[in-house]
Design a protein around this ligand. Structure first.
Ligand code: HDL
Ligand code: ZN
Length: 410
């Protein structure tokens, strides 16, 4: 085995042994009940696979598919992508990786036999099993303060599982304020559509109230490619005069997930969103104008990645994270991780899973650890060729920094 291969083997083992803090997921603790998705039928009906299914079966009307039960949808997707074709896409391979790591015989094509395996677990036991298999120690949820089922849990004391931490997601408030006013009123906040000084104070109070209740790791929002702060929009005013002052007051990072075009094909539901190149100057402007706020930023367009790295070199309060959504594919994760290490060293968070189904932690981190290990090995190898000594302890320290939450959780 040559030196690079040896390094790759060693860093891969170290990454496997490094407990992951997964900084963006759509997972919820068991306290949230059915909001937590897990098992083979949820894995197969992941919206990434729904989109791919319709490419194999374009003759099926969207409505006919959506009228099926989840089990029937899962059977259609299983037979189409996994039996009649080869599960070659990243989302499809992910199901195979997951079943393999769970110890199932991936040659098994009988879905009912696979289902029987999952039927043997309680939710609580399966959470423990998946966290152990994926070596994830903490997941940060996506929490919607306007969702009644979430409100019930938070009003009842919260997730009561330290592995699950909150993120206060603000999409309805920031991206559709006009239709959010009534929801604020339902919670006792006498907001109105006009964003005058009094109303902005009410929104700040709303944010503080939920921060006190959820104790989130950060506040977050997804933003369109057209996102601007100088367009006089409700969103710009709410971010500039409510969210960022509150972020400063509570010393909370603000996570901006930029570049999503919502529902370009509404018939696909969650699978109907697309991507567009955003203006990274807007991110630079916010980092410059709010130097005492920490910004977590991920951008959806591959074309924005290099600019984001350069922006992070200019602003120490900008922390790029993850290979989001349509970027979470090995060929692109490799490219993005390499340019981040080259431009930012260890001052970035290379990945998050974005898992919507608990079991996905297994494959999303197995696939990402493999790529990150490859890229890191090359960086270390280049150093050793110049006589630099890279010890196991160095590599463990570095892995902890970029994957163990050191950059985010104090
Ligand atoms: O807005 C987001 O947090 C996105 O991650 C969406 O949830 C998207 O549908 C997704 O699941 N991406 O992986
Ligand atoms: Zn997400």
């Amino acid at each position: 085995m040559n030196e690079l291969d040896d390094l790759r083997t060693r860093i891969a083992r170290i990454l496997e042994q490094t407990p992951i803090v997964d900084i963006h997921t759509h997972l919820h603790s068991a306290a949230f009940g059915d909001v937590l998705l897990w098992g083979i039928d949820e894995l197969l009906t992941y919206h990434y696979l729904v989109a791919e299914f319709f490419r194999y079966r374009p003759e099926i009307p969207y409505g006919d598919f959506w009228n099926l039960s989840k089990r029937q949808q899962a059977e259609l997707i299983w037979n189409t992508i996994f039996v009649e074709n080869t599960p070659i896409s990243e989302a499809a391979r992910g199901v195979v990786t997951t079943l393999h790591h769970l110890g199932l015989e991936t040659g098994e094509k009988n879905l009912d036999k696979i289902r029987a395996f999952f039927a043997g677990f309680s939710t609580a036991d399966y959470i423990d099993h998946v966290f152990a298999l994926s070596n994830v120690c903490t997941v940060i949820m996506t929490n919607d303060s306007f969702n009644p089922s979430e409100q019930a849990v938070w009003n009842g004391g919260g997730p009561n599982d330290s592995r699950f931490k909150a993120a206060l997601r603000l999409d309805p408030l920031l991206n559709d304020y006009a239709n959010c006013v009534s929801k604020l009123n339902e919670q006792g906040f006498r907001a109105t559509a006009e964003l005058g000084p009094e109303n902005r104070a009410i929104v700040r109070e709303f944010l503080s109230r939920w921060i006190d209740r959820m104790r989130p790791v950060y506040m977050a929002v997804s933003l369109p490619p057209s996102f601007r702060m100088d367009d006089g929009s409700d969103r710009a005013r709410l971010i500039g005069e409510c969210v960022l002052p509150i972020a400063r007051e509570h010393d909370l990072p603000f996570a901006m997930m930029v570049g999503v075009k919502k529902r370009v094909n509404p018939a696909l539901g969650d699978a109907g969103d697309s991507v567009g190149k955003a203006d990274s100057a807007v991110v630079e402007g916010l980092c410059r104008d709010f130097p005492d706020v920490r910004f977590l930023v991920t951008m959806l367009s591959r074309e924005n990645q290099h600019e984001l790295c350069v922006a992070a070199r200019k602003f120490k309060n900008l922390l790029p994270f993850g290979c989001w959504w349509f970027l979470n594919n090995p060929s692109i994760v490799r490219e993005i991780t390499a340019e981040r290490l080259e431009l930012l060293g260890l001052t970035m968070i290379p990945q998050h899973s974005d898992a919507r189904v608990l079991d996905q932690l297994i494959y999303k981190w197995a696939h990402s650890r493999e790529i990150i290990a490859d890229v890191l090995a090359e960086r270390y190898f280049n150093l050793t060729r110049s006589g630099w000594v890279v010890t196991e302890e160095n590599m463990r320290r570095d892995a902890q920094r970029i994957l163990g939450g050191q950059l985010l959780l104090h």
